[in-house]
Design a protein around this ligand. Structure first.
Ligand SMILES: [Zn+2]
Length: 371
């Protein structure tokens, strides 16, 4: 490796200048190799035709974004039998021929994308000195080989658009880990079904309300329970992979509000004298989440009946509510509440503590609309 100890470069590349501007380094790099191989016939040539500069993003250096101005050369191919007369020297293992970023940066973005998600990944990358967008993260992930080795029980599937809505692909998300597992270059039932067939461990499929992915799940994962996301929050990729469906809190016990860490439930509480049920739910979510920008979408006719013992039953009226605010504004005012989290629908099912609530959730929210 040449370059410097701070910015290793492949052999034959030399740093000639470094410019620093605010939080960005521009590094002038010169290729000094005396010959290169024609990519077509593989004959070596030392006959330089010209030089040109490639502008590449590279991994950050000390937290600063790093741009390389890499001067490479064009060579004449002297092999009379070769159709290529002029070729550009390549730097394999460092940068792909047409890429605008180095391979090591692409790998860093892939790692961020796989462990976070589109827009969250872009924010994290920015903190690390990598200026990127969720679309670039997607493209980097798409270059990875498939996800054959990954186990997925709860699959989220949705489409996303490249090129401003003119071309669509399919995103496959491991809902439990909030992880993009794979991306397919098209939005077709057949390819999605083929993908699902290679993952017989899938138990739940959370999908949009269209017919393509419903058909894909029926054919590719007939063993799985399908849920159509009623919250319409999976409109596009960014939203699909951010967990924004439900609010859950530490549980109240039948004997009253006790701090029982680790038990998750929806916000709830009792109706005070003079209050309607609607007023009560709005007050409760305000107290339990510290935010008031909620809207009631629906009041369910069916109630949940909790039986605490043979003498005592409690009926709970359920509402579907939408949060219109920013998640950063959520701070519980009730002391009994440890955490407020937004989960996707299949995850909520996994986390809910009470079987009655789980049953209600499956029947009313998480149900398979095809059944
Ligand atoms: Zn050649």
């Amino acid at each position: 490796m040449e370059g410097t100890a701070f910015l290793p470069l492949p052999q034959g590349l030399r740093i000639t200048e470094i410019h620093q501007e605010e939080m960005e380094l521009t590094v002038e790099v010169l290729s000094e190799r005396t010959s290169a191989c024609c990519p077509l016939c593989e004959h070596s040539s030392d006959a330089v035709h010209s030089r040109y500069q490639r502008r590449l993003k590279d991994v950050p250096c000390g937290g600063q974004a790093d741009r390389l101005h890499l001067t490479v050369r064009k060579f004449f191919c002297r092999n009379p039998e070769c159709q290529r007369k002029i070729f550009t020297e390549r730097v394999p293992a460092f940068v792909e021929p047409w890429a605008q970023m180095t391979i090591r940066l692409s790998q860093a973005i892939q790692a961020i994308g796989l462990s976070t998600s589109g827009s969250l990944g872009a924010r994290l990358a920015a903190r690390l000195g990598i200026a990127t967008s969720w679309m670039t993260i997607l493209h980097c992930i798409m270059e990875l080989p498939g996800a054959m080795g990954i186990t997925v029980t709860v699959l989220g599937i949705d489409d996303f658009s490249f090129r401003r809505g003119r071309k669509f692909g399919t995103i496959l998300v491991g809902v439990s880990r909030h992880q993009v597992i794979d991306l397919l270059p098209e939005r077709k039932a057949e390819s999605a079904a083929t993908w699902m067939r290679s993952h017989p461990e899938i138990q739940y499929v959370s999908r949009d309300r269209g017919t393509d992915y419903a058909q894909a799940a029926r054919e590719g994962a007939p063993q799985a329970i399908q849920s159509a996301d009623r919250f319409h929050l999976m409109k596009n990729l960014v939203e699909a992979i951010e967990p924004v469906v439900h609010k859950v809190k530490v549980m109240e016990t039948p004997d009253g509000p006790k701090n029982v860490p680790g038990m998750w439930d929806f916000p709830k509480g009792g109706v005070k004298p003079g209050e309607t049920a609607q007023e009560a739910i709005m007050r409760e979510v305000r107290e339990e989440t510290g935010a008031s920008r909620y809207r009631i979408i629906k009041q369910f006719d069916e109630k949940i009946c909790f039986s605490f013992d043979e003498h005592y039953q409690q009926e709970t009226t359920m509402f579907l509510i939408e949060y219109l605010g920013d998640r950063s504004e959520l701070h519980p005012l009730d002391e009994e509440i440890d955490h407020i989290c937004f989960f996707s629908a299949p995850e909520v099912y996994q986390y809910l503590a009470h079987q009655e609530t789980k049953d209600f959730f499956v029947q009313k929210i998480f149900q398979n609309e095809n059944h």
